[in-house]
Design a protein around this ligand. Structure first.
Ligand SMILES: Nc1nc2c(ncn2[C@@H]2O[C@H](COP(=O)(O)OP(=O)(O)O)[C@@H](O)[C@H]2O)c(=O)[nH]1
Ligand SMILES: [Mg+2]
Length: 184
């Protein structure tokens, strides 16, 4: 796939000439791995560079749609000043880009299940009216029992059609994610 890094930014977003899809979730949930798996390149690795992990990263896929990688909410457990900065950045992002967001992928670890913050995020996305899907990550690591439990818990908040099962390791869910990204 044709993909390129556009920019890392706090609040200086690209023009809204193309729609965007955004990936959110806790740190370590598998965001970078999922983006890399979907585009078939190690592009989100750049976001591991110190500095960039705390900013919003824009990539452009097929000259058509922006992929947006935002800092995980683990980062929001740091010092209070940093938590506030993270909140400010995310609220500003959603406020400014809401209308441009085609879909928000909220990633949930298959083994860990939905956290309190994931549920808050689901409620908030519903409240601000951003279309979203819950993406279950690392299904290769979960037992059948863990996976059913995670599905059941997520199912309390969203319909089955809005849940996508993925494994970056096995390439699972690539088609589903890509079609959601590229659909008109
Ligand atoms: N087994 C397995 N491990 C994964 C998968 N996706 C990510 N990981 C691992 O989980 C850790 C965090 O992944 P990363 O993509 O950096 O998460 P991020 O912090 O959300 O960007 C890394 O050690 C990955 O190798 C997956 O589908 N299966
Ligand atoms: Mg990452």
């Amino acid at each position: 796939m044709k993909v390129r890094f556009v920019k890392s930014t706090f609040d200086d977003f690209p023009p809204q000439d193309k729609p965007e899809v955004v990936f959110v979730g806790r740190s370590n949930v598998g965001k970078s791995s999922l983006i890399n798996m979907v585009v078939g390149r190690n592009i989100a690795r750049v976001s591991k560079d110190p500095g960039r992990t705390r900013l919003i990263n824009y990539f452009l896929l097929e000259d058509e749609v922006y992929l947006v990688d935002v800092p995980g909410y683990g980062f929001a457990k740091g010092p209070k000043r940093e938590v506030n900065l993270w909140k400010k950045m995310m609220e500003n992002y959603f406020h400014k880009r809401k209308e441009n967001i085609k879909v928000c992928f909220l990633l949930v670890d298959a083994v860990v299940g939905p956290t309190e913050r994931d549920i808050q995020m689901i409620r908030w996305l519903e409240f601000i009216g951003v279309p979203f899907c819950v993406v279950i990550t690392k299904t290769d690591k979960a037992s059948q029992r863990e996976l059913s439990k995670t599905m059941k818990e997520v199912g309390k908040f969203v319909g089955k059609e809005a849940i996508i099962l993925t494994s970056a390791k096995e390439g699972k869910g690539k088609k589903e994610i890509l079609s959601r990204i590229l659909e008109r």
